[in-house]
Design a protein around this ligand. Sequence first.
Ligand code: DSN
Length: 443
Amino acid sequence: MKKYQHIKKQDKEIYQELLAEGKRQSEGVELIPSENIVSEAVLEAMGSILTNKYSEGYPHARYYGGNEVIDEIEDLARNRAKKLFGVPHVNVQPYSGSPANFAVYVATCQPGDTIMGHLLTAGGHLTHGWKANVTSMFYKAVQYGVKPDGYLDLKEIERLALEHKPKLIWVGATAYVREFPFKELSVIADKVGAYLAADIAHIAGLVVAGAHTSPVKYAHIVTTTTHKTLRGPRGGMIMVTEKGLKKDPELAQKIDRAIFPNLQGGPHNHTTAGIAVALKEASTPKFRAYGKQIVKNAKALGDALMWRGIEIVSNGTDNHMLLVKCGTGRGAILEIALDAIGLTTNKNTIPDEPMSPFYPSGIRIGTPSVTTRNMKEPQMKQIGNWIADVMEDIKDEQLPADKVERKPYLAEFKKSAHANPKFKKIHAEVKTLCKKFPIPASS
Ligand code: DSN
């Protein structure tokens, strides 16, 4: 079947962009840890006629007629998620992770209440109370961090919890390479009577695969996006655990109300179907093997980098992610250089970041996407060596101290990186690797 035939006829510009993005994805190595490659089945659900339908409300209680089929689809998605994660209640309607997390605040807190979360610059998420996020505008946000070794600072978290008595404590991150200590955090949350919400957006697929401890026994609420390691469409879910229902028997209804009508309108039914398909895929032995291989690949990539003398946060990883230290403010430089050889990464802050999220001192790399392409340890070693070669080549590049000079410097560096003959040679090798590991038609 030829792709995009209708778009080709109707909208040449978007058609060209789709082809260009397809080329970028298939000829490059995607190392952003929050990205993945969905199956054709998930893509079909996302491109389906379900997008035509309004369905405000929940299955069997809608504000619009004609929802008999949609009810079945949403029930399938909810039931599959309940079974897969072992929880009594799931809401599959959040448009993505941020609205899912905000719904947790609405369901459990009043504006002005104190909450606690992982500091963004130490690896946490915007919605866990970062100063520029609405969650710190509506709630009093206390932020915790990590120790220099990259592990969560449990003593400090307990001290802060006892001092501030938060109503809600978040555990979860966007840049954390160690196993989350769900049990220890649940003890702290219980001590101060707080809700514990586990945001497993990054590790949901690893949890399902048995490659990371599940938070379900310990947290009251679990949120996730569905498009990262879980390998579904862009969307979100909120789960209420048995522990959560014990703390508040009405928690499930409060969560549902927070999503609709408090925060959102009609659910995106095509996404709900895509989530259902992804959950079915995630319940197979093949997916369990996939999740475990993601972690093996991340460890192999970390070992390859460290073997070449590159410093990584925490000297390793327990999950799908690595944080590479690349010198003060040099994250953007390395991101641009790697982009020039066809490796996509993202600049990221590191623990005790001396700069800012915009000019951080690290990059974040991850293995969900390359593992979907069936790459294994030997390919991770190869990728690690390419990263090390690039780092060696750019070792003298420095971000200008003068803020005004930074943007033009990076623009100039981008040009020189793309013209660098050594990088061109590596880029050709990267393309050859990608040809050997094509994007699978069905993941
Ligand atoms: N933007 C996501 C990530 O890249 O980790 C978090 O929301």
